[in-house]
Each structure stands twice: as structure tokens, then as C-alpha cells.
Ligand binder design. Sequence first.
Ligand SMILES: [Zn+2]
Length: 124
Amino acid sequence: MNKHDVMSKVIDTLNCKCPNCKDGKIFKDSGNIFLLKIPKMNDRCLVCDYKFERETGFFFGAMFVSYALAVAQMITCLVVFWSLIDFSPLRVFFIIVAMAFLLSTLNFKLSRSIWIYLFYKAKA
Ligand SMILES: [Zn+2]
């Protein structure tokens, strides 16, 4: 796999595209955190009929990815607002809480997309 393939794979993952045809979308909608709506998935790719949930409970593991994403974002936030901008700890805390809230639907989508790509094996 060359560099270009890795990059396009990363971009497809971030865009939540079907790993099989790179065309269909994994999610029906993006959800809305302010209405506490989580994003809805398509069961199968609308373009190539690839089944996203490979087995029951397949997405259980995506929770760990989501957790890792959240921790990475919190650490980034902490470094930026505390170390670089020198906000007070309380202010940093509220920024982190707000950010975790705002990014939760994104993390939900990204973690599942990453999970799907991790276990996707192209048929040769
Ligand atoms: Zn597809």
C-alpha cells in the first residue's frame, strides 16, 4: 500500500464513506447534538449493498475508538487552552466539557467509520 492509498483511505474514513465502493454513505444523517439526536446509520450501503454491521454487537468495539478520540481531543484542548493560552483551570474545564458535548455526534460517526475500516478487507 503506497502513501496515496493511505491518504485516500484516511479521507474516506473521515468522510464516513462505504469502505467497499467508496461512494455510498455510512450514515443517513448527521444527528443533532442540540436535539440529543445521534446519527443514524444505513444498515447496508445504498450503492453496493455492503453490510456495515458485520455481526450483532460489531459496533461495541467502536466505543473504545470513541473513547480514544474523546481523550485525544481533551488532551489537545488542555494543551492549547492551558499551556499555550494560559486560561484558568476552571475555564479550561468548561471548554473541555462544552467541546466533548459538541463533538459527541462527530465522535460517534468517526468511531464507527474507523471501526468499519479497521475490519474491512477488500475482496481481491
Ligand atoms: Zn458501498
